[in-house]
Write a protein that binds this ligand. Structure first.
Ligand code: BES
Ligand code: MN
Ligand code: ZN
Length: 535
């Protein structure tokens, strides 16, 4: 990288350069996560007048009455809060924000943030409002901010703390590693939460701790997916995994091409053959099947880790191809979930398996018409090299069975058909176990990473019967998501299994309440919510 021009030599445009260690234009160090990691969230029961933050935000349900806990603050402010609530300028409607200069307290600004009607307030509303508050504080250049939480009948306690922490951390996430940000928002390093009802601090704190860990892991997953394809190669992901093992107490094993050959993993090897970046099977392990004599459930999480999907020889159109750098988002969700599970010390044995490969049309690329032998022994007739995710997953799902798991869950940006069928409001679930799918749906409703079932029937299995091999890797245009699910069902044996197609939810092209354009980290919250309540 060349030297930067001298600064401050004219013009009023203030640029702040945040340079990183670079090598050939790309960062090579293991990443520090998004803003989340450095945000410390504390819980207090003090009076808002004594707030120590540079800015003070107050979450308010729709009402004209000033909450009792704000009376002292209102007095210092010469009645300004009461006046705001009595005028049209602030109603407390969801999404509403007003900011005005503060007097008589340490903070320079006060912001009122609407939560909507009290009976409509849920975790999602709190996440969105906390995100607004944190983004607003960052915009006001606060490095330490205070957030006053209302006294609600629900959510309260741990749920309140978790939702607020998730919203604040996920909402301020940015992927700014590669750009010179003009007037970057000040780094918000500390957020003090002030509670308006007594005796809840310990419970809220517990929730904040859980929410911070989950949000941190989600930011990591976003970071991994947002990296360019030329950076987050299979080996780069393996390096990230090994670095994680050093700091988290997770065990990590990486299988390279030689190991994959020894395991007869013809699927992942075939997909990776067109690239000079050879494939890896990355295996995390947390906990053990039995602890002090008591058996623990074993769960296998499997992620599609296509580090870039050009389509291979069946090459994709170029228009949105750049987005295919996030085709390893299922894998990223597994990375994030493994980190969170270890941080939260869940009483489970969890194996995380990521099949990482780059799908490219190279000199040695696999071809349409090829017949590939998967680790299970079943042969796959390749009709389209762009249906590569299911081929790498075939080997990863088969491998998962060595751990004799009680359940296998896979996450994959598997089909464009899923984006058409369900859009971005939910992911699809399919599998061989109704009860498991129902459990996942319920977890999705609770954490707001929602899930909707699609069928996986004999009709779909029939559509992928091979002509010259055991199964074809596409079943034509009809029911593309279900036939992809049917393909995967061949590789899980009798194990209860659920497949999540996250093609529509892993990436967003528009800013969401607590997610900017880019990778969403979808799946981390869902998996953690599911496994925290696993029985
Ligand atoms: N990674 C894509 C699916 C995808 C599309 C993910 C859009 C996210 C957004 C997958 O590998 C793919 O190319 N699937 C093909 C399968 C087809 C060839 C049977 C598809 O959906 O078009
Ligand atoms: Mn593809
Ligand atoms: Zn793909």
């Amino acid at each position: 990288m060349g030297m930067l021009p001298p600064r401050g030599s004219g013009g009023s445009r203030k640029l702040s350069f945040r340079r990183r260690a670079v090598n050939g234009g790309y960062a090579t160090k293991p990443l520090v996560c998004g803003a989340g990691v450095i945000m410390k969230i504390q819980v207090r029961e003090s009076d808002p007048v004594d707030a120590m933050g540079d800015s003070l935000a107050i979450l308010l349900p729709e009402s004209e009455k000033l909450p009792r806990t704000l009376r002292a603050l209102d007095a210092v402010m010469d009645g300004w809060l009461t006046r705001y609530l009595k005028t049209e300028s602030f109603r407390g409607k969801s999404g509403e924000v007003v900011t005005f200069p503060a007097v008589g307290i340490k903070a320079k600004y006060i912001s009122l943030i609407g939560l909507g009607k009290e009976k409509t307030i849920d975790n999602e509303a709190l996440r969105a409002a906390a995100s607004k508050a944190a983004k607003n504080a960052a915009k006001l250049k606060a490095t330490r901010a205070t957030l006053v939480l209302p006294s609600l009948r629900k959510p309260k306690g741990p749920e309140l703390g978790q939702a607020v922490a998730e919203g604040a951390i996920l909402g301020t996430y940015r992927f700014d590693q590669y750009r010179e940000v003009e007037e970057p928002p000040a780094e918000l390093k500390q957020l003090d939460l002030i509670l308006s009802s007594k005796g809840q601090a310990a419970a809220v704190k517990r929730g904040v701790d859980v929410g911070s860990k989950i949000a941190d892991a989600t930011c990591w997953a976003r970071d991994l997916s947002n990296q360019p394809g030329s950076v987050h190669t299979p080996e780069w992901l393996a390096k990230e995994a090994r670095a994680e093992a050093k700091t988290s107490g997770l065990k990590v094993k990486v299988l390279g091409p030689k190991d994959l050959e020894r395991e007869s993993m013809g699927g992942i090897l075939a997909v990776g053959r067109g690239s000079i970046n050879p494939p890896r099977l990355i295996v995390f392990e947390y906990g053990e099947p039995a602890k002090s004599g008591r058996k623990r459930p074993t769960i296998a999480l499997v992620g599609k880790g296509i580090t870039f999907d050009t389509g291979g020889i069946s090459i994709k159109p170029s228009a949105a191809m750049h987005e295919m750098k996030h085709d390893m988002s299922g894998g990223a969700a597994v990375f994030g979930a493994m980190r969170a599970i270890a941080e939260l010390k869940l009483p489970l044995h969890v194996v995380g398996i990521v099949a990482a490969a780059e799908n490219k049309p190279g000199a040695d690329a696999y071809l349409p018409g090829d017949i590939v032998k998967s680790a299970s022994g079943k042969t796959i007739e390749v009709l389209n090299t762009d249906a590569e995710g299911r081929i790498v997953l075939a080997d990863a799902l088969h491998y998962a069975q060595c751990f004799e798991p009680d359940a296998i869950l896979d996450l994959a940006t598997l089909t464009g058909a899923c984006v058409i069928a369900l859009g971005s409001a939910c992911c699809a679930v399919m599998g061989n176990d109704e009860a498991l799918a129902t459990k996942i749906r319920a977890a999705g409703d609770r954490c707001r990473e929602r899930v909707w079932p699609l069928p996986l029937w004999d009709e779909h299995k029939k559509a992928i019967r091979g002509d010259v091999g055991d199964i074809k890797n596409t079943g034509g245009r009809e029911a593309g998501t279900s036939t992809a699910g049917a393909f995967l069902s061949h590789f899980v044996g009798e194990t209860p299994w659920a497949h999540l197609d996250i093609a529509g939810t892993a990436w967003t092209n528009s800013s969401q309440p607590y997610c900017v354009k880019g990778a969403t980290g979808f799946g981390v919250r869902l998996l953690v919510e599911l496994l925290r309540q696993w029985k």
